[in-house]
Design a protein around this ligand. Structure first.
Ligand code: SER
Length: 313
């Protein structure tokens, strides 16, 4: 019998869409959504939902036993901009939640884990264009340090204890169902909402700051393709580089102006500029392509078309 899947951080930007997609595939009852607080009511009502503090080992362990969980998607995390304001809280959440799940897998209480990493694992000394899978990694943000450490622990638990943990270094994710919170790439979602609602956006990054980004449908598909891949094909047990598109604030503004001619953008960079400057502009994801057949589908024009249509309707 197929056991159940637990999503931790199910009310967040990625967790929401992952929950809907997994419920559509496996049936609502098989997918247990959990979060520290209740998010949108559609998600909470469409299947089992539990309030859960991911750092509380006993609570996580009880929930896993009660719901006969076999597989965990650990999506709870404090993102880059917020983590700079609360370094210790970010470290505690991002690391302890991971250790809780890795240790349950080590004890054979669950059999498979997905844990997201990020382009934030790279730093200012990393080659910025087409950043390779294996390269200099000296992150200068609290969030990046926690994700790079997490990658190391994932690989360690795989090598030492055979824990089947899989990971992707997500770029900035663009979606319309749930807004992101506390990230540096959040501007690329905010801009669409402002374009529709106010016709103007003041961007917290400079016009020419190029960052790797991805439309959410691609990100969810990549996640499920990696999780469904034969274990032998998953060769990177730290985390996989993953590429969708790259653009600057000026370029996304131009793509919006192609649909809303009088849309205006202005620039007022804040502390997030330094974070963005430390990250790659584009990503080389050849390893993901070769190992489990990854190929992205959405470019900027398509993303803009869908975002404006969905937010505007
Ligand atoms: N989108 C994230 C952030 O901006 C990066 O993983 O923090």
């Amino acid at each position: 019998m197929q056991k159940n899947i637990l999503i931790i951080g199910a009310c967040g930007q990625i967790g929401t869409e992952l929950t809907y997609t997994l419920r559509a595939i496996h049936g609502n009852d098989k997918i247990i959504a959990s979060d520290i607080r209740e998010g949108n009511s559609e998600l909470v009502q469409s299947g089992p939902f539990e309030l859960l503090d991911a750092t509380d080992l006993n609570a996580v362990e009880e929930l896993v036993a009660y719901h006969e969980i076999d597989e965990v998607y650990l999506m709870a995390a404090m993102l880059s901009a917020t983590a700079e304001k609360f370094p210790m809280r970010a470290w505690n959440l991002n690391m302890n939640s991971l250790f809780n799940i890795l240790n349950l897998a080590k004890e054979k209480k669950i059999s498979k884990i997905f844990w997201p990493s990020s382009i934030a694992v790279f730093g200012p000394k990393t080659p910025q264009q087409l950043t390779p899978q294996n390269t200099i990694m000296q992150p200068t943000t609290v969030y990046g340090i926690s994700k790079l450490s997490g990658e190391g622990w994932c690989e360690y638990y795989f090598n030492k204890f055979g824990v089947d943990v899989r990971s992707l270094r997500y770029p900035g994710l663009i979606s319309w169902k749930t807004q992101p919170g506390g990230g540096t790439t959040d501007y690329a979602v905010e801009i669409y909402h402002k374009a529709i609602n106010e016709g103007h956006y003041t961007c917290f990054l400079e016009s020419n700051t190029e960052l790797p980004m991805m439309f959410m449908d691609d990100a969810i598909r990549a996640t499920l393709e990696l999780m469904n891949a034969d274990s032998k094909k998953v060769k990177q047990r730290t985390s996989y580089n993953l590429s969708g598109m790259s653009f600057t604030p000026a370029e996304i503004a131009k793509s919006i102006q192609a649909k809303i001619a009088d849309f205006k953008i202005s620039y007022k960079p804040d502390f997030r500029q330094e974070i963005a400057d430390s990250w790659p502009s584009s990503i080389d994801d050849t390893s993901a392509q070769k190992d489990w057949g990854w190929k992205s589908k959405f470019d900027l024009a398509k993303t803009t078309e869908i975002m404006l249509q969905k937010i505007g309707s």
